[in-house]
Design a protein around this ligand. Structure first.
Ligand SMILES: Nc1ncnc2c1ncn2[C@@H]1O[C@H](COP(=O)(O)OP(=O)(O)OP(=O)(O)O)[C@@H](O)[C@H]1O
Ligand SMILES: [Mg+2]
Length: 392
């Protein structure tokens, strides 16, 4: 059963190594290929081992262990790491997952949990076609001019900066989108070309076809240059594009726009999170309410929808709590009103952190990206840590 997967254990504690070994045997898996006492002695072996799973205790010398996990993630797509630790604080879980661990297991390792984790990782390794960890985040509102594009663009830039993972930013405003303008890019290929050729593009060609933002890990797909071309793009093609991108990217951020049609519904359906954007005024709140009704009809869970208030000013007539009462959901994030920095960023075609990284809005976007990626990381864990609650 397990002959194609090799196992390595890195753990100072012999009892703990023996427990894992006995579980592997009981599960009918191969005996560990090697056992190591510490990261230093494991380093070379692990980076050169065949396809498999590494159990790495990160309780001692976490810095070193996390560096090895990151190196494995960067160099070896066919090796996954299960981080083990005596402590299961949210802080350590997030650090491990961010470094690139696929799973986190608290010690002493419980048998049922161990089997569950190994089986799910083996499935992932066999099914290299889908990158299970890719998450799709969309910005949406049925109101114009509310900040959907600003949020999609700045968030995507920050996610790439923070995680160093590949992030795709897609403009689904197929007629006159703004994403490329917001980043001062003139992509040689846009959505129409990619839609028509997606089936034939391998990972490398796809990355060449998309436009890389400066030398970051952010890649952009802009709206078609020619408006006529946008009508030819189908919902099926959007689905194909997203499915293909999921194999390569860790995050996909979509500026959905205001339109509700089969294409945008496809993107909303496929999204893991929908950031529903509003500003604090009555018409915007009503429209937020309508969007919530629409999402309910589409069968989306409340967890999938996150309310985001843009251009937020404290002490206005309408409070965030008033909105929560009307919409019957907590506000997930508030972005401060900072017209000067925002306008300057848009006019120069750069994210707000390039205008002034100290500004309240640049800081806010950094924190927003961090909160979202932490949330998505903890959501990815298929276990119910109590700490998880604190991220919702
Ligand atoms: N936090 C903010 N503070 C102040 N102004 C903002 C903020 N966010 C966005 N804006 C301003 O709001 C305007 C609209 O922003 P943006 O284009 O992102 O909205 P949109 O919802 O994508 O619009 P459209 O529906 O036209 O696509 C811009 O002029 C931008 O400068
Ligand atoms: Mg827009």
């Amino acid at each position: 059963m397990g002959e194609n997967f090799k196992y390595v254990i890195i753990d100072r504690d012999e009892t703990s190594r023996n427990i894992i070994k006995s579980y592997l045997v009981e599960a009918g898996e191969a005996e560990p290929e090697a056992e190591f006492y510490d990261v230093d002695s494991a380093n070379d072996f692990v980076l050169n081992m065949p396809q498999g799973i590494v159990f790495a205790d990160i309780s001692d010398f976490p810095e070193k262990s996390l560096n090895l996990i990151t190196e494995i993630k960067e160099k070896r797509k066919d090796i996954v790491v299960v981080a083990l630790s005596n402590r299961a604080s949210t802080d350590i879980i997030i650090k491990a997952m961010r470094a690139g661990a696929k799973e986190f297991v608290t010690k002493p390792v419980i048998k049922t949990e161990f089997f569950e984790v190994v089986n799910s990782l083996k499935e992932d390794l066999q099914n290299t076609d889908t990158k299970e960890s890719c998450r799709i985040i969309s910005t949406f509102s049925n109101k114009g001019g509310i900040g959907k594009t600003s949020i999609a663009v700045n968030l995507a830039v920050e996610l790439a900066q923070l995680t160093k993972d590949k992030v795709a930013l897609i403009d689904l405003n197929l007629q006159l989108g703004d994403v490329a303008t917001f980043l001062d890019m003139t992509p040689p290929f846009a959505m129409d070309y990619i839609a028509n050729n997606i089936q034939n593009l391998g990972e490398e060609e796809l990355l060449k076809t998309m436009s890389r933002y400066k030398n970051t890990s952010l890649y952009v797909i802009a709206d078609p240059l020619n408006i006529d071309k946008s009508q030819d793009i189908t919902a099926e093609q959007i689905k194909n594009i997203l499915t293909t991108l999921k194999k390569t990217f860790s995050y996909i951020v979509i500026d959905i726009g205001t339109n509700i049609d089969s294409k945008t519904i496809t993107a909303l359906d496929m999204s893991d999170l929908i950031l529903l954007i509003a500003i604090v005024n009555l018409p915007a709140i009503r429209s937020m309410q309508r969007c919530m009704e629409l999402f309910e009809k589409l069968g989306y869970s409340k967890e999938k929808i996150k309310l985001v208030l843009n251009r937020y000013i404290e002490n206005e007539d309408i409070k965030a709590t008033d909105i929560e009462e009307v919409v019957k959901q907590k506000v997930y994030w508030k972005i401060p009103n900072n017209y000067l920095t925002m306008m300057s960023a848009i006019n120069k075609g750069v994210p707000v952190n390039e205008i002034n990284p100290e500004s309240n809005i640049a800081q806010n976007y950094m924190e927003f990206a961090s909160k979202l990626s932490d949330y998505l990381i903890t959501q990815k864990l298929n276990k119910n840590y109590n700490e998880r609650e604190s991220f919702v």
